[in-house]
Design a protein. Sequence first.
Length: 229
Amino acid sequence: MTRILVVDDEPQILRALRINLRARGYDVQVAETGTAALKAAAAHPPDLVVLDLGLPDLDGVEVIRGLRGWTTVPIIVLSGRAGSEDKVAALDAGADDYVTKPFGVDELLARIRAVTRRLSATAADVTSVVAPRVGRHTINLADRTVTRDDKAEVKLTPTQWAMLEKLLRHPGKLISQRQLLHDVWGPEYQQETNYLRQYMAQLRRKLEDDPARPRHLITEPGMGYRYRP
């Protein structure tokens, strides 16, 4: 059974999430402070964390950093902070996704299912990561080839490969703009988001069936990009 640690200082939200998650078969722990969350995670390591940023004792970003010091457990931020700076800070600290309050329970549950599916796929079927698909294309990450269903090969530049591979190796995960710039272009690149837009447009033209309405290479405005299988 998947264990989820829900961290929030609003009793109504804790109660609602505990009821909804348990009704769907999840084992639920709750914590109302950052300190309690870190202690609970250490004592009974969760499979996933749902975390509010506005906690009474520690900022949620500090909790993320505390968790990332010893675990790679997926973290979904649930917060009333809608500004892009807060979102980017949480993602750069190590969060996997971000849901803004007020939120729909169905949306949060969908994000949780996406993360748990990703965990199951990673554990049970590495071939889906080695050879994922984008539209009518199969991408073989091992030998760096892109093959269309009609067997035609699609050529990518080294930079296009680096950006695409970063997304494909983390299916469903939101990768921040800063992380992509750092990993693809280098640590000195922090503000050149125009690079990301240009290269993403190129990848969509080559891989998406309808580049203007992408289904797999998704932009999260102000935050980053994700690969949707």
